[in-house]
Design a protein around this ligand. Structure first.
Ligand code: GBH
Length: 494
């Protein structure tokens, strides 16, 4: 297996190399040119919601610095830039109809796309990465079915503006986060603590996804249409213990299959309903599903985007040194899973990032293989890894340079894991590092750095890290180089 070797590994011709960001995390300019609050602007102002009280007002100031950032991407030999559009910039009041469009907001994305194309970089557009207009939340946000129709209208506004130059459209980024973490756990904006709202939000986001795929397909039949989901790989502590197996099944059901099954198989997982009923949520999901919804949600797509950060080993038993990978915020929160009470994550002793997320590249091989076999392969849907990366507390030297061998090793190991999946016949066509830049890490604020390029948030100075130089070479060569001596050591002992 490649992941056990230190050899150079070559990727297939045409494999797409990119880096990803999201509007709220990098743009800043939160009041410029008619933009108004998104739910993340209002949430960030709630005391205790975000570490350090950090806001997205300035972030990486990419709104004003996009030309320099595109030049940076070019210098890193990137084929593609995955970015998202801020709904709150485009339809700030969440008002319906043509009068609700803020043309200056639309124009920004048009300029960004032109700049990318002028540099031969493919624009990979995500329509929703969590920052819906605060005005939409006033009518219930995604818990209200109307949001699916409003999302479609906003998507068509952007499609009309960009379809002459944009051919890749991702409807949603990680609806698990923007429903379960956002309306259920209270960890993300809008910070609600309601499992019924979380289930409704998840369903309405998938409905919005399906409606947008249908509309875009009519208008641009050749476009690459898809969605990006976040996945975990939940393993039972003891695979021969039925309780542990049940714990892993619930996490898999309520993070992974709750989305993949409706989207690709046209039905919710059957085991979800009895679990919800047992948790006192019987009939809740059923009540928001209308006739025809699942047909819309399962409209054929071209690409499934896979975001993978870590796996977990679970049980109902308590083990010493349990892992908590959530942001330590001063705010009341609850578990993101509506029906997994008592399930605990065990620290199995793998190396961890500085967010306490375990480093488990082999999980990515298994995940991609499973998705290909059970979902995407039979339907001719391509897999792209649309996010993968890690936060480490970087220590710049006197010149500001970050020699992040830990992050570099993380990328090396995960790319080798993808090569293993490719060798097993899995149709993976590209990879996006998360992230191009250090940025606003949601409830963690600016305290956690994911960039392959460092950002000094005082001066907005960008400095390519060792991992960035390395990744630029990978993109250029379409190959991961052989590991040199010491690099094999840090995160490689799995
Ligand atoms: C992605 O989400 C986002 O798309 C991106 O914007 C973000 O910056 C990046 O990753 C890094 O965080 O249950 O709270 O203990 C991350 C997806 C899924 C990772 C849930 C953490 C469990 C942590 N997350 N997972 S928690």
């Amino acid at each position: 297996m490649n992941s056990n070797t230190t050899d150079r590994v070559q990727f297939p011709d045409g494999f797409l190399w990119g880096a990803a960001t999201a509007a709220f995390q990098v743009e800043g300019a939160s009041r410029s040119d008619g933009r108004k609050d998104s739910v993340w602007d209002t949430f960030a102002r709630v005391p205790g919601a975000v570490l350090g009280g950090d806001t997205g007002e300035i972030a990486c100031d990419q709104y004003n610095r996009y030309r320099d950032d595109v030049a940076l991407m070019k210098s890193l030999n990137l084929d593609a830039y995955r970015f998202s559009i801020s709904w709150a910039r485009v339809r700030p009041d969440a008002a319906k109809g043509p009068a609700g469009v803020n043309q200056l907001g639309v124009d920004y994305y048009s300029r960004l796309v032109d700049e990318l194309l002028a540099n031969d970089i493919l624009p990979w557009v995500t329509l929703f990465h969590w920052d819906h207009p605060a005005a939409l939340e006033e009518t219930g946000g995604w818990a209200n079915r109307d949001a699916a129709y409003r999302f479609t209208e906003y998507a068509l506004t952007m499609h009309e503006a960009l379809a002459d130059r944009v051919s890749v459209w991702t409807t949603l980024n990680e609806p698990w986060c923007s429903s379960f973490l956002s309306y259920g756990a209270g960890v993300h904006a809008p910070g609600k603590l309601s499992y019924p709202d979380a289930l409704a939000a998840a369903h309405h986001q998938m409905l919005g996804h399906g409606l947008v795929v249908q509309e875009l397909r009519k208008r641009q039949p050749e476009a690459n249409l898809g969605i990006t989901l976040n996945f975990t790989v939940a393993d039972p502590v003891d695979p021969s213990d039925p309780q542990d197996v049940d714990a892993a099944r619930r996490i898999d059901c309520q993070m992974n299959r709750v989305f993949t099954d409706p989207l690709l198989l046209g039905e919710y997982p059957r085991d979800l309903f009895p679990d919800l009923a047992e948790a006192g949520l019987g009939g809740v999901l059923e009540s928001v599903i209308e006739d025809g919804d699942l047909g819309i949600i399962s409209t054929p797509i071209d690409t499934l985007g896979v975001n993978y950060y870590h796996g977990e080993e679970v049980s109902y038993r308590e083990y010493p040194g349990a892992v908590d990978g959530s942001a330590p915020v001063a705010r009341t929160t609850q578990a993101p899973y509506p029906a997994a009470e008592g399930v605990k994550v065990r620290n199995r002793g793998l190396p961890m990032t500085d967010q306490n997320w375990e480093i488990q590249p082999e999980g990515l091989t298994r995940l991609l293989t499973r998705l290909h076999n059970d979902y995407t392969g039979p339907r001719n849907v391509a897999l792209y890894v649309t996010e993968n990366g890690c936060a480490f507390d970087d220590v710049p030297d006197a010149s500001g340079y970050v020699d992040d061998q830990n992050r570099l090793s993380f990328y090396d190991a995960h790319l080798r894991a993808i090569k293993d999946a490719l060798d097993a016949g899995v149709d993976v066509r590209g990879y996006f590092a998360w992230s191009l830049l250090d940025n606003y890490e949601w409830a963690w604020g600016y305290s956690k750095r994911f960039g392959i390029v460092g950002v000094d948030f005082e001066t907005q100075q960008r400095t390519v890290k060792a991992s960035g130089h390395w990744y630029g070479q990978v993109a250029k060569d379409n190959a991961v180089p052989a590991l040199r001596g010491t690099l094999a050591e840090p995160a490689m002992e799995m």
